[in-house]
Design a protein around this ligand. Sequence first.
Ligand code: ADP
Ligand code: ZN
Length: 288
Amino acid sequence: MKLGALEAGGTKMVCAIGDENGKILKKESFPTLTPEETIPKLYDFFEKEGVEALGIGCFGPICLDKSSPEYGHITTTPKLAWQNYDMVGAFKGLGVPIGFDTDVNGSVLGEHTWGIGKGLHSVLYITIGTGVGVGIILDGKLVHGMMHPEGGHILLTRHEKDLEFPGNCPFHKNCFEGLCAGPAIEKRWGKKGAELQDQPFVWELEAYYIAQALVDYVCIASPQRIILGGGVSHQLQMLPLVREEFKKQMNGYIATKEMEDLDTYIVAQSLDDEQGIMGALKLGLDAM
Ligand code: ADP
Ligand code: ZN
């Protein structure tokens, strides 16, 4: 089976061909310019390969309401050239089934189908990278709701040593993304996260905020496992700090068998940063 997968991001578009087992056979990246410049290249890629279905994991916000004329569109993105762009419509000419969801729902789907979320009915995936995004599978189904969760913008309580930082979200002073994503780290410390590896407080602060967000997600969504991905999560020394802080902040309130061992409850991504594109393959497969 020849499936097409598109991971549509704000900086690059990753196109891949793969099969129903999640095996990626070919992959190519294109910079995200304007739709007029970028989309024809992606379209050609999939047309030449003769894919049987296409899955798109897309940066958001996007419209996922199939009864709406806006279904398949990118909606209020700050990337102006892409505002109200009909992403699904752009590929209709291929004449194949198209699956469409958020990039992070793609990632959670990838991990749930082929990675560390396999076999569980409820999994939550967080990417901490250029932004913060959350994808959720509950009782085996991707969570959409009114639109889709925007878990990167939940509001957090400031650490007492982080009261001065203005935050980095144009909408919120104290949201998860504005305090913790890669660009927020760079703005707060004047250096990229990768260059701050030897600064323990940088990661204690990250862990403090991430743990707070996790407590909220666990209380609301009740996932059986939480998976951390994205560039900032490459700082693996942060993971034990997150677990320790999570335990402290949860304070014993929820005690399930899944949460007995936090080393298996809060885990790093397991697919070598390929869960997004693999999840897009699965979106295509499911659309067939
Ligand atoms: P995107 O979110 O655009 O898909 P990434 O997940 O790679 O891409 O996130 C990029 C962000 O993550 C940047 O802000 C970058 O500084 C940060 N980042 C990337 N690698 C690391 C690292 N090893 N340690 C800390 N931060 C990192
Ligand atoms: Zn925000």
